[in-house]
Design a protein around this ligand. Structure first.
Ligand code: ARG
Ligand code: GLU
Length: 688
């Protein structure tokens, strides 16, 4: 009996809350957590963290671009984010003469700061629960579809009412708790954001994809920007007359550093999590989707690696593509292994049994079974859709043919597309990938989930290899000069090209056979998941549910902590410059540090310079660039990654394995001073 109880407790504990550092909390409700935060060492009040009326920490945190976070660190609009968040902008300013990616970039005064058209940063002015307004006019008897359309219309009206485009005020209504609640988020969006500084990639991306998602880590993953506003402090398009933005709050930088056990808090914009879904969805992700996608990407990465190691030129051409493919590939491995190790599926099934027993005889009776049936029905369609994305849609030349076809049919020419495409295209990689991915598609997708055109082509030519031979020898899309010259008059020829036709065969199939079914199933799923979320909250009235992430501002808190990734191994939570020197290797691209750093180290006195640290904060993609704050709300780090063994935290948080990886802000200060020689930036910060 006692043993059974322990087992049950372990199983429940696995999907039940939310003790140890799990959670991405809504800042406006942080008062509910503040006692727990205090017990863990935090010395802030709820009002210090979020307030509408007075300056609070939230006024120093921004959504950077459309998928990262940033923070203000000076009264003059100076902003920190990650190097990998600023990467695209740094790249756009780079040329052969000024390779800022390679050499770094440091403005030496404000006039040297570089504008970035298209880049915005968004400050949250306020957030509030507007569920009543959004659902005004709807009653349960009207059904779920009516609920969606009422919510959509009311949200649109509300957003329009509140937005003030001339002042840069944007309003957005977001569904939380699977649309059981609707929240209004009011943002002030600035659009003159200038590049101030970036370390060389050999620091900002040190360790590259080899170290990505890993500890010990030694990446100086930061870049520095400045927000500009018009003379009245309002958002404005770029103008030389604009002035640095003076926000009502900026962060104090702590140079005291962190030690194991210290309280930390991450304030930022996590993108997406699925903590409350039923076992079926976790089973699909962990046992079907992740392994299949990992296998497909392994094929691609192996082919890329083979050619990249043979040629420096190819390595440069494919470095960004390779990084992209590899990032999710590694994350999925951690996620899939993580849910297997935690037995998340079994634990959720056990939870569902208890839930169903509770639900019997009430309005939620049969809900879990209904959800399960919907997932079963959806699975082959969703897998086919994912397979399409990871195969045909990832093939370079085939996608080019399709996009050129689209451009020509809209009356445009192919010149621009061709230019950017062929600069980074290496046909042997693409062709070998074509064979590998389409062969996987043929072998792994059930017959009735394969496009008719593809089956017909295979029957005609005999094999994927033979099909590749035909497509690559007859297509015009491997000929850069020819593609560059294509204009609207060539539409017919393009539409008869074998590469275009093959893509079209898959695309027509996805649009015609897969998506319509998927869309209707997804409607049912959304509605059932809304009820399931609602029901779970009634089932466990005492539990504080944080909403799944959706890129809205959240607070996660925990502490600096190492972890044990495997038997007999323990990782300490702070890495140092000594570790960079241990990895330093001029022959390996990812580990070739700048000579200046070697010289500084050799001069002595910097062995203990800390570089990165680990903490138990619950974060995900989108939290990149988020401020990591100490118990007094001072900046001690910048979040930039998680350890791969803990990436199942998007589905289930495990306090033993889930760690976020932070740049130690003291390393940032060190790099500004010793590598960038840009101490003028330090003097505008409040460093304690
Ligand atoms: N894993 C981090 C994230 O998901 C960093 C990615 C960029 N760095 C890289 N080496 N690819 O965004
Ligand atoms: N690197 C991720 C980002 O860009 C953060 C890593 C993660 O926690 O997923 O947001």
């Amino acid at each position: 009996m006692k043993r059974l109880f322990t087992v049950l407790l372990a199983l429940c504990g696995a999907v039940l809350p939310a003790m140890a550092d799990e959670g991405m909390w809504l800042p406006n409700l942080i008062a509910r957590r503040i006692d727990d935060m205090g017990a863990k060492g935090c010395r802030l009040s709820a009002e210090d963290i979020y307030s509408v009326n007075k300056a609070s920490l939230k006024d120093a945190v921004v959504l950077f671009g459309s998928g990262c976070t940033g923070e203000l660190v000076s009264p003059d609009g100076l902003l920190f984010t990650n190097h990998h968040c600023g990467y695209g902008y740094i790249q756009r300013h780079s040329s052969v003469e000024h390779d800022y990616l390679k050499d770094g970039f440091w403005a030496m005064n404000r006039t040297e700061e570089l504008p970035n058209p298209g880049l915005t940063v968004s400050f949250l002015e306020r957030m509030e629960d507007v569920t009543d307004v959004v659902l005004y006019g709807w009653e349960p008897s009207m059904g779920e579809a009516a609920r969606d359309s009422v919510a959509k219309a009311n949200s649109a009206r509300l957003q329009k009412e509140i937005a003030l485009p001339e002042k840069g005020i944007k309003a957005s209504v977001e569904a939380l708790y699977y649309a059981n609640k609707y929240y209004l988020f009011v943002y002030k969006v600035f659009r003159d954001v200038r590049l101030v500084g970036a370390p060389p990639s050999s620091i900002g991306k040190f360790g590259g994809d080899t170290d990505n998602w890993m500890w010990p880590r030694h990446t100086g993953d930061f870049s520095i920007f400045r927000i500009y506003a018009d003379k009245d402090g309002n958002p404005a398009d770029y103008s030389p007359d604009n002035v640095p933005y003076r926000s009502r709050k900026y962060l104090t930088v702590s140079s005291r550093g962190v030690s194991e056990g210290d309280f930390t808090m991450v304030y930022g914009c996590p993108g997406s999590t699925r903590e409350y879904v039923m076992s079926e969805e976790v089973r699909y992700i962990g046992e079907v989707s992740d392994p299949q996608k990992i296998a497909l990407r392994t094929l691609r990465l192996d082919i890329q690696k083979k050619y990249m190691s043979r040629s420096q030129a190819v390595r440069i051409q494919y470095s960004a593509k390779n990084a992209n493919v590899s990032n999710a590939w590694k994350k999925w491995q951690g996620e899939s292994r993580g849910v297997a190790r935690l037995h998340t599926v079994a634990a959720k099934q056990e939870y569902e049994r208890r839930f169903s027993a509770w639900a019997a005889g009430g309005p939620y009776e049969g809900l879990v079974e209904r959800l399960g049936a919907i997932y079963k029905q959806r699975e082959p369609y969703y897998l086919a859709y994912e397979y399409f994305n990871e195969t045909v849609r990832s093939l370079e030349m085939l996608s080019l043919a399709w996009h050129v076809g689209g451009a020509l049919s809209r009356g445009r020419s192919a010149g621009a597309l061709a230019g950017s495409f062929f600069k980074d295209y290496y046909e042997p990689i693409d062709r070998e990938t074509f064979e590998a991915l389409l062969e996987a598609f043929r072998a792994n997708m059930p017959e009735d989930f394969q496009p008719a055109y593809f089956k017909q082509q295979l029957a005609l030519h005999g094999s994927v290899a033979a099909l590749a031979q035909v497509v690559y020898s007859r297509t015009m899309f491997t000929d850069s000069a020819r593609v560059a010259a294509l204009g609207p008059d060539d539409l017919e020829a393009v539409q008869a090209d074998p590469a275009y036709l093959l893509y079209k065969g898959f695309s027509d199939w996805v649009d015609g056979d897969i998506m319509p079914v998927l869309r209707s199933i997804d409607g049912l799923l959304r509605h059932a998941n809304r009820l399931y979320m609602k029901a779970q909250m009634e089932f466990e009235p005492q539990r504080d549910f944080y909403p799944d992430a959706n890129l809205t501002l959240r607070v996660a808190y925990g502490k600096v902590a190492g972890y044990s990734p495997s038997d007999a191994v323990y990782y300490r939570p702070v890495s140092t410059l000594k570790g960079i020197m241990e990895k330093d290797n001029p022959d390996i691209f990812d580990y070739n540090i700048p000579q200046s750093l070697r010289d500084i180290y050799a001069a002595g006195g910097h062995e203990d310079q800390s570089v990165c640290f680990l903490a138990t904060n619950h974060t995900t993609g989108g939290n990149s660039g988020s401020p990591v704050l100490n118990a007094d709300g001072e900046l001690v780090g910048i979040n930039f990654d998680r350890v791969w063994e803990g990436t199942m935290s998007d589905l289930q948080f495990d306090p033993d394995y889930c760690r976020n990886i932070c740049l130690d802000v003291r390393y940032l200060l060190f790099v500004i001073e010793h590598i960038g020689h840009a101490s003028w930036l330090l003097s505008e910060m409040d460093i304690r």
